[in-house]
Design a protein around this ligand. Sequence first.
Ligand code: PLP
Length: 375
Amino acid sequence: MYPLRPEYPLANVAEIPSPALVFHPALIAANIRKAIDAAGGPDRLRPHVKTHKTAEIVQMQLVAGVRKHKCATIAEAEMLAAAGAPDVLVSYALIGPNVARLVKLIEKFPGTAFSSIVDHPIQLEQLSKALAAANRTIDVLIDLNVGMNRTGIVPGPAADELYAKIATSPGVRPGGIHAYDGHNNAEALADRHAVARASLDIVLAMRDRHERAGRPVPRIISGGTPGFPGYAGVRDIPGLECSPGTYVLHDLGYGSKYPDLGVVPAAVLVTRVVSRPTPNRVTLDLGNKSVAADPPLARRVFLLDFPDYTIVMHSEEHLVVETDGADRYVPGDVVYAIPSHVCPTVALHREALVAENNRVVGRWTIAARDRFLSV
Ligand SMILES: Cc1ncc(COP(=O)(O)O)c(C=O)c1O
């Protein structure tokens, strides 16, 4: 049984329509603090905003001293800049019309230094051409494939050539190496440390080659939440930045697998029993339009303080579980739940309720869940 933390129950829950997403700023603040302490200072962090997409959380990070941010979409970049973030990396290779959108953002937000990544000469050519035409120059990092095989150029001569080309192209400057290790997901901490070290060795070898050739490598950006402990403890690499995203809200996909992280889920779902279709079934209003359906059915969402159960069905507006304890539930009963994958769960909600001292006290808009804000 997954326990209900004392912060989660809401005294005014009777007024809250379900399903609802609830953020707990006190827990968010503690998670931000924890990451800063683990990394040895806010300068060593570049958190990914995709988890929460929320200006108020960006502001909490800024207040905590975190000045560098990372995002995946132009809308996230715009939300960050509008929230006052001074340094925004779009860690997604921009192509086609999104290149012009980045240029518009650069023009609209002069107080923010934007940067981006490339893993192919075509992306570099498009970026360089558009930026040079607008008379702008930004840092561009090379996206290195250190084993995840999702994006990134494989380390070696082609990668070196691409980085050298950044140094000679107009409108762009060599911004360093981006090496996201999404494959670094072993349960044992020692195994995650080993993957982080192997990834850093590849990156450092590349950095040294370019520095010897006179090309700057001002930063190395590594790791998500599972690999974070492996990078956070490394203090002897200048410009090394850690880029966890999930940790700030956290979830039980990571939380149940990596108890070593020490952060706690700060985004909770409020759901109600809506039906008892058979003697051993309880149906909740927590369909796949309110909690992300990418994790396997058995571990899609974790019901708290709920008798042992098996998820047997998950449709658009219904979550059906089987449990020997079904008799304890009637329609209207409130159940609190933690998603297995918080990032896409948040993006399903237009707003999150905000809870303090066990009461809902406000609402925050998930501003960058939209693909377009103003540009
Ligand atoms: C490029 C990049 N950096 C950082 C992160 C953050 O990883 P995590 O969600 O494990 O914190 C992600 C996650 O998808 C990512 O794609």
